[in-house]
Design a binder for this molecule. Sequence first.
Ligand SMILES: [Zn+2]
Length: 188
Amino acid sequence: MKQDEMANRMISSLGLPVSSQSEYCPDCGALVPVIPDGPVHRYFGASSGCWVLYAALLSREFSTFDARTHQLSVDTYAVQHPGTPSPQTTQSVCTHLVALCLSLEHEYGVEDIRPMMGDVSKGRFFTPVWLAAPAASVWPVTIVDLLDATSPEDYGAAVRQWAEATWQAWSAHHARVQAWSDGAIAAR
Ligand SMILES: [Zn+2]
């Protein structure tokens, strides 16, 4: 089955009407179905088709729950959809980038990251600043690349690939995010 058919099927399974047209998500650049008047996230810059497709993937994540995969997935989706500058989006991007750094560069597990993120999101280690995201055209992996993975193992591997490619795409800001992460690690 082609990616767009799989995407349509997943969205329809949530009971939402899907049009036969596709559009590019403005933030991640994935080609996703158009959902007329569909729901959008409060501050992520995702199109409705992208956001709903992610919601459908999340429900699949919960049914075969792997906490580490879920953490990577949430952090990756957030930093691929930074939206426009505001106090909320600024904090969201910084916090999720630190979480990705702790997961991928330091191999911390969820049980370590969750308590650390509580302190990070309270602004204990740094003052969030707006970090300009890479242009959408450079995201090498997006949520549509997760659609082929049906087993929990394949899905976990696909999410890991998505997370690593996305973290690499943010390389212009790695030094700063690494310094923030070091602050969180030092305070453990
Ligand atoms: Zn998107």
